[in-house]
Every structure is written in structure tokens, then in C-alpha cells.
Design a protein around this ligand. Structure first.
Ligand code: UDP
Length: 442
């Protein structure tokens, strides 16, 4: 009989990391691995309901809490997540980063959780493998071009900053790791996966898309945070619409557009005459209408457009047949969730590794229309004018090109579902990974 495998997961403290790690943990647990997520109290609350529900269905996930000294390091009480930091200053980001780095070492308070473990193998969890090669300059097949302006500051800067230090630490961890677990599926980026394994000779397991493990609506609604809209209200709104007629717009958990950019988006949406669900992170103020909305916008859009202020049940929305296109900032999770939903995308990268993901959608998979963002700007993105937005969303939603992209996207969505089913490539890779861990822990 196989010995019990106990795995510890230490997700980076940001929604975009916690969400896929929790999904991945559920996948490992469903194959008999005993998982423990190590995180801080505020972050644990974000997925406590998910863990309870898993328990009811016989899947046990342990949580080990570490206190985050927010106040001691100059952050407000409870500020334990990169998305909660009050300003975009590098210093705040550094606090969160440093904490994640410190606790991934053995000379940390985590020692107590590891005490019964007889052998430890480090695994690194990454997103797209093509992205990984671009980021680490390890060479890659194909002819993908990025301008200098689209490359992250921390990649091109010579001077050492907090972000360059983080990237360096990631690269070093990569070298020390036994292998790389990838939230992607082989068929999505086969050329890159083969190149990574065969030409660069590195070990990797494609086990995703991990978002496909949220089978029930309630898991989709509560994925990552409490939704700002009632599930029924959202579904009823979508059900009143024709298939492929609604545009979904969301820029993830970190991008914060200025009021003038939001106004520009509103004007483009109105001019496009399309139906839409638009997720805006800005909360409503006390005045009658938000200052970033054109006068009378919401009244004119009644029945046609829905604005969600705060956290949206993204996967629930994307998976609805009424949704026919996705305007995305190209975060890796959103990119993959769009692929799984089989929708074409308008790519609007702002910062981080988002420009790389845009290239995958527009130049490799051919299911994306670029909005035209040319410059990497941390947390905010470059200002894009309404004409460009209107043109891109229309091109994605209507006409022959839209149809062609939608067919390609649907085929990829089918391939993604097959990959995670029994006998599929990701299912088999996860089996192989667990088998290899089991062999190495004897
Ligand atoms: N997300 C969501 N509702 C929101 C905003 C984001 O469910 O209102 C989820 C989204 O489905 C994805 C994650 O948050 O799983 C965002 O990760 P991504 O890598 O796309 O971008 P980041 O937030 O890291 O920039």
C-alpha cells in the first residue's frame, strides 16, 4: 500500500495566488494526498467555507495558521494580503513578499508543522510554461516579440529593487526545486511544454486548469472571496439574455484604473451598443451617481448593462452561455478561466506578466483581440482611449473574425475539460506526480 503523503502549500499572499493554490489542494486531496495550507488568519477566512464544503464531501484539508505582524511592520491591522495594502508602494508589497519568503524556509515557525515529515521535496508552482521561459530568458520556440515598454520594470532594471530581489529569489528557488507544477494543460502549449521538458531537460507536470475543479455553483460563487452580487440575481440577469450576447469585463484583483479610465470604458461600452457585465473595484460613494460614470449612465443602461461593484463570481459568469466575450487584464488565472469558458478575449494587459499572456492569446492561440495597451504601468496600466476599446470589443463580439475566434476558443475549452477528466493529460500528470513523490518519500 502507498504510504500517506502529506503536502504543505504556502501560497503567496494575494488573491491571484491563493485561489489557484486552494483549487490545486482540492485536486491533490481528492487523490488521497493529505494537504495542509499554511497561511495567515485573514487569508484563511477567504477559503474557510470552501474547506468546510470539501469536508462534508469527505475531502479533508488542513490549515495551519501563522500570525502576520501587520502592525509591527507598519501596515494597518488585518492587512495580510497584497490586495489589501493601502497604497501601491513597493514597501507594502515587500512586507508581504518578505513574509512569504521567510516562511518558506525551515528555520521558521513552520518547523512545528513539519516535525513528523521524514523527507521533504520542494515543488514550485507556476502558471504558463511558455511564460516561465520568457520570464527566465531560457529561450523559447516560436517568434514572440515584446517591445521594451511591455516588459516588466523588474526584468529590465539594472538597479536592485524589491521586485528584482523577488524575481531573483524565484529564479533561485526554481534551480533548487525538483520540478515545476504548472497550472495549465499540455494541449494549450504543447510546443512549450515539450521544449521545457526535452530541450531544457527540466521536470514539469501540467495539472490544470485547476479552476475546473469547482463543479458546484456555490464553489464558483465563493471562489476567492464573498461575491458582491447575489448568485440568483446574477443568474437571472444572464438567463434573460441570448447566447453569446453579453460582454464580461473584469481586470482581476489588483489593477486599479483611474476615474478617467473608467469613464472612458463606460463611454466605449455605451457606444458599442453591446450588453455587458462590468466589474468595478471602486465602491459607490454617498452621492447619487459615482463621479467616474457619465451622467445618467446607469439609468440609460438599465437591463442592458450590469455593474458589479466589488468581487464578482467570475467563473460562474464566464461559464454562462449568455457570455460571448471577455475583456481581461490577462492575469494568468483569468486568461485560463476565459479559455475554459470557450470565449474570445479582448486583451488589456496592465503590468506584472500580463503582456506575455496577451501574446499567448493573440499570437499563439489566436483567440484574442488586443485593445492596444503598449506600456507596462504597475497596478494601473496605460490609459486606453474609448475608440480603441469600442473597436476591440466589437471585433471580438461580432462578424466573421469573432465567429472564427469563438470556434477556436470552444475547441480549447473542450480540450481543457478532457485534460482534467480521467485519462486526460492533466489527470495523468497529476497521477505521475503523486507517484513520483510517493517513490521519493521511501
Ligand atoms: N476574481 C473573481 N472576481 C473578481 C475579481 C477576480 O473571482 O471580481 C478571480 C478571478 O476569477 C481569478 C483571480 O480572481 O481567479 C484573479 O487572478 P488573475 O491571475 O486573473 O489576476 P490578478 O488578480 O492576480 O491580477
Amino acid at each position: 500500500m502507498r504510504r500517506e503523503i502529506h503536502m504543505f502549500f504556502l501560497p503567496f499572499l494575494a488573491h491571484g495566488h491563493l485561489i489557484p493554490v486552494v483549487d490545486m489542494v482540492k485536486m491533490f486531496a481528492s487523490r488521497g494526498v493529505k494537504p495542509t495550507i499554511v497561511t495567515t488568519p485573514v487569508n484563511a477566512l477567504l477559503f474557510s467555507n470552501t474547506i468546510e464544503r470539501s469536508k462534508e464531501s469527505g475531502i479533508h484539508i488542513g490549515v495551519e495558521l501563522l500570525n502576520f505582524p501587520a502592525v509591527d511592520v507598519g501596515l494597518p491591522e488585518g492587512c495580510e494580503n497584497a490586495d489589501l495594502t493601502p497604497t501601491s508602494e513597493d514597501g507594502n508589497w515587500e512586507m508581504i513578499t518578505q513574509f512569504s519568503r521567510q516562511h518558506s524556509c525551515f528555520n521558521s515557525p513552520l518547523k512545528s508543522c513539519y516535525k513528523n515529515v521524514n523527507q521533504i521535496v520542494w515543488w514550485l508552482i507556476r502558471s504558463s510554461i511558455g511564460l516561465l521561459m520568457l520570464q527566465t530568458n531560457s529561450g523559447s520556440p516560436g517568434d514572440i516579440k515584446l517591445t521594451r515598454n511591455q516588459v516588466p520594470d523588474y526584468v529590465k532594471q539594472d538597479a536592485e529593487t524589491n521586485s528584482t530581489k523577488l524575481l531573483k529569489a524565484i529564479k533561485e528557488a526554481e534551480l533548487k526545486s525538483y520540478g515545476v507544477v504548472v497550472n495549465s494543460f499540455y494541449e494549450l502549449e504543447a510546443t512549450y511544454a515539450d521544449y521545457y521538458r526535452n530541450v531544457l531537460g527540466k521536470k514539469s507536470w501540467h495539472v490544470g486548469p485547476v479552476s475546473l475543479c469547482s463543479g458546484k455553483n456555490i464553489d464558483k460563487v465563493e471562489r476567492g472571496n464573498k461575491s458582491a452580487i447575489d448568485e440568483q440575481e446574477c443568474l437571472e440577469w444572464l438567463e434573460s439574455k441570448e447566447p453569446n450576447s453579453v460582454l464580461y469585463i473584469c481586470f482581476g484583483s489588483r489593477t486599479n484604473f483611474t476615474s478617467s479610465q473608467l469613464k472612458e470604458i463606460a463611454m466605449a461600452l455605451e457606444a458599442s451598443e453591446l450588453q455587458f457585465i462590468w466589474v468595478v473595484r471602486k465602491q459607490k460613494n454617498n452621492e447619487e451617481e459615482d463621479d467616474w460614470l457619465p451622467e445618467g449612465f446607469e439609468k440609460r443602461m438599465e437591463g442592458k448593462g450590469l455593474i458589479i461593484r466589488g468581487w464578482a463570481p467570475q467563473v460562474l459568469i464566464l461559464d454562462h452561455e449568455a457570455v460571448g466575450g471577455f475583456v481581461t487584464h490577462c492575469g494568468w488565472n483569468s486568461t485560463l478561466e476565459g479559455v475554459c469558458a470557450g470565449v474570445p478575449m479582448v486583451t488589456w494587459p496592465a503590468f506584472a506578466e500580463q503582456f506575455y499572456n496577451e501574446k499567448l492569446l493573440t499570437q499563439v492561440l489566436n483567440i484574442g483581440v488586443a485593445v492596444g495597451a503598449q506600456k507596462w504601468v504597475r497596478l494601473m496600466g496605460e490609459f486606453v482611449e474609448r475608440e480603441s476599446i469600442e473597436k476591440a470589443v466589437k471585433e471580438m463580439m461580432k462578424g466573421d473574425k469573432a465567429e472564427e475566434m469563438r470556434n477556436k476558443a470552444k475547441a480549447l475549452a473542450e480540450a481543457a475539460k478532457k485534460a482534467v477528466e480521467k485519462g486526460g493529460s492533466s489527470y495523468s500528470d497529476l497521477d505521475a506526480l503523486i507517484e513520483e513523490i510517493s517513490l521519493r518519500s521511501h
